[in-house]
Design a protein around this ligand. Structure first.
Ligand SMILES: [Zn+2]
Length: 261
């Protein structure tokens, strides 16, 4: 069985983070408006940094985009230009309508369903053929009840499971990562777990947390060959999923780059 690495980037601005919105206890309520069309300064620096990074290599990459970003025309014009410039490299997945941490709230099939319908509609409108039926739960909050709703909305891949004991709570009360994976399987959705090492998170925010950061650096650098998820799924091989955030590209005056091989 051949193995490959799939890389992806989550498009969260500061206002989307659980600290500010979408979470029942972690969020500072005053930031909960999703009608905020402004992009933060860091996000704009991140856009610039990401574009520089894209011009520096040939890796295929998936963008997990939050649909409410398209309320901003600077963003939608910029993204459409990138898609046109790199049509073979960029694929687009769904990272929610806003950034609601679904499994941190009581089960809400109707609310989740409505958000998927609306976000799919918006992504279709702006991203056309670059879209794939792939989902990543906002802030990694995923529960078993979400799988049938994803299947109903045509999703074939979920990449929300961060199989580490450190973040087990995110699956909701009495759940576990294995129950989420079983429910995905029952609904014919391929689950692609985030890469961990010694059962510790090493993707996303872990890239900037002391100790985890050191482990992540070493582990990322020894990853198998980077390939598109389209190819990797076709080959039916083992997939190492590595992801980071657009905001990471705002670091070091927009010169930050992920520790890839
Ligand atoms: Zn996110």
């Amino acid at each position: 069985m051949s193995s490959s690495t799939w890389i992806s980037i989550d498009f969260d601005d500061h206002r989307h983070l659980p600290k500010y919105s979408g979470h029942p206890t972690r969020s500072n309520q005053q930031h909960i408006t999703s009608a905020n069309k402004e992009l933060s300064e860091d996000f704009q620096k991140g856009m610039k940094g990401l574009e520089n990074w894209l011009n520096s290599n040939d890796y295929p990459v998936t963008f997990f985009i939050i649909a409410d970003l398209f309320e901003n025309t600077t963003f939608s014009n910029w993204l459409q230009r990138l898609i046109k410039q790199f049509p073979q490299r960029i694929t687009i997945g769904n990272h929610g309508l806003n950034h609601r941490s679904w499994s941190a709230w009581p089960k809400d099939v109707e609310g989740f369903d409505n958000a998927l319908v609306e976000s799919n509609r918006i992504l279709q409108q702006y991203c056309g053929t670059s879209i794939r039926p792939w989902f990543r739960a906002p802030a990694g909050y995923i529960a078993p009840w979400m799988a049938p709703v994803l299947a109903k909305n045509g999703f074939k891949v979920d990449s929300s499971v961060n199989p580490s004991w450190l973040v087990k709570r995110k699956t909701g009360k009495v759940n576990s990562w294995s129950k989420v994976e079983q429910s995905m399987k029952d609904n014919e959705i391929v689950e692609i777990r985030w890469k961990t090492k010694w059962s510790l998170p090493i993707t996303g925010p872990a890239l900037h947390i002391p100790i985890l950061k050191t482990i992540a650096n070493g582990s990322w650098k020894s990853s198998p060959m980077i390939d598109s998820l389209d190819n990797s799924l076709k080959i039916n091989g083992q997939i190492t999923a590595l992801y980071w955030h657009l905001l990471d590209h705002s670091r070091k005056q927009s010169t930050w780059s992920p520790p890839l091989p």
